[in-house]
Design a protein around this ligand. Structure first.
Ligand SMILES: [Zn+2]
Length: 438
């Protein structure tokens, strides 16, 4: 009996213990379940957390090398380049510039670019964001506020001194000397200049955070020569920074350059320059015998000079193409056209519309491939030729220029009224400068 009771009693305790253990196990396993569920979820989230990486442009880098270093696969390289190429000119890429990419490491393709960032200068940021639903990139441009500075420089030519040396001496910043001398030499034959001839320059420069130089242009250049006479040049702004009409003109709208080629397009957005290049997407190396201008399909294409059409045809690589031979036996080439407006043997004049921008032949998007061969048939860099939009501004553009001439004259007057101050750290030159709030 006792045994039984004992047994029962013992058994009762044992079974109760077992029951409670079972219960505990159940709770534990539930907890474990929910914990591991949590764990899985966190891992999942972890997998979806974009990883940000950075690449800095090194000497000899093209866009391809940078994108590869960031671990962006080919398909995505194509998407990134396509999404940016209408807004960014990668030919202006410089050593030290930084690229950032945010990638989703668990995407089916291995990696997926969620966001992309490129600063073409410290104040101009290009951003791409991928829409999670559509997978399409949207582009955003961030322009940080800039300060503008107008500076006026006076100089007199001295015997035995070069123009560039003179420009340095009067305090023109080194980064602008080439531009200033280019503008002056368009108008003045300096071989005939004489000691005592004077010049005056008004520069407009923009800065980020007051000290980081972003851009500069010559708003005004004046030359007064004993035998060369009085000349003035004004910088015309057509309203679009890529307009081929942005250039220097006299007050009457005459271009400073008379014998240049005419631009083949009204708007110049270079997507690829002349020479050896590595394709940004495929990485293939090839010689590029011309310059590519990105442009919407249907945009008018103009003859760059008078001449005779020597090719008007189609092939699978060039698509619709036109070639024009000019007086000096050089030839200009226009490829991938949507349509051709002139046939073989036609005589064309400079700036005559000859066709429209297209995407025919081996081409990844609408653009004009513009090539140039010299009289010996050798490909040369078209950008080494002097090109202008027009020898004389007319109509609305002339009216706009004349309004800008008045503005420039008043900027000049206001800058002249400033007290001279030290122009830079290294030289004891005082310059009249005027800061303009953003
Ligand atoms: Zn091309």
């Amino acid at each position: 009996m006792c045994l039984v009771i004992c047994f029962l009693g013992n058994g009762c305790t044992q079974s109760k213990k077992l029951e409670s253990l079972k219960q505990q196990k159940k709770i534990l396993s539930h907890t474990l379940d929910s914990l591991s569920h949590l764990l899985v979820k966190t891992e999942e989230e972890l997998k979806n957390t974009p990883v940000v990486s950075k690449a800095t442009v090194e000497a000899g880098d093209g866009l391809f090398q940078v994108l590869v270093r960031m671990g962006i696969p080919e398909l995505e390289r194509r998407q990134v380049v396509l999404a940016l190429q209408d807004s960014v000119e990668f030919s202006g890429m410089r050593v030290g510039q930084e690229f950032y990419v945010a990638q989703n490491p668990s995407a089916p393709t291995g990696k997926q670019v969620k966001a992309f960032r490129y600063a073409s200068n410290p104040a101009t940021i290009h951003l791409l964001f991928r829409d999670d639903q559509t997978g399409v990139f949207s582009y955003k441009l961030v322009n940080k506020p800039l300060t503008r500075r107008h500076s006026v420089f006076h100089g007199n030519l001295e015997a035995g001194s070069s123009l560039n040396k003179m420009l340095f001496q009067v305090g023109i910043p080194g980064r602008m000397v080439g531009v200033v001398s280019g503008v002056l030499q368009c108008k003045v034959a300096f071989r005939q200049a004489q000691p005592g001839d004077r010049f005056r320059i008004l520069l407009e420069e923009t800065f980020y955070q007051d000290s980081i130089w972003i851009s500069g242009k010559v708003l005004y250049a004046e030359f007064e020569g004993r035998t060369l006479g009085h000349h003035e040049a004004f910088r015309y702004d057509d309203g679009d920074p890529k307009s081929s009409y942005n250039a220097h003109y006299t007050e009457n709208g005459e271009a400073l350059i008379f014998d240049g080629l005419r631009y083949p397009l009204d708007r110049l957005h270079i997507t690829s320059t002349f020479g050896n290049r590595i394709h940004p997407v495929t990485g293939q190396r090839r010689a590029h015998q011309g310059v590519d201008y990105g442009s919407p399909r249907g945009t008018p294409v103009y003859a760059v000079a008078d001449g005779v059409v020597v090719t008007s045809g189609y092939d699978q690589y060039s698509g619709n193409k036109i070639a024009i031979r000019h007086r000096d036996n050089s030839t200009s080439w226009y490829l991938h056209l949507d349509s051709r407006g002139v046939s073989n043997g036609t005589r064309v004049s400079a700036r005559q519309m000859i066709g429209k921008v297209g995407n025919t032949g081996r081409s990844t998007g609408p653009h004009l491939h513009f090539g140039f061969t010299n009289a010996q048939g050798k490909w040369i860099n078209p950008l080494s030729k002097t090109m202008i939009a027009t020898p004389k501004l007319q109509g609305e553009r002339l009216t706009k220029l004349q309004k800008q001439v008045q503005e420039i004259r008043s900027h000049l007057q206001l800058a002249e009224a400033e007290a001279p101050q030290l122009a830079n750290d290294s030289m004891e030159v005082k310059v009249k400068m005027r800061y303009i709030a953003p």
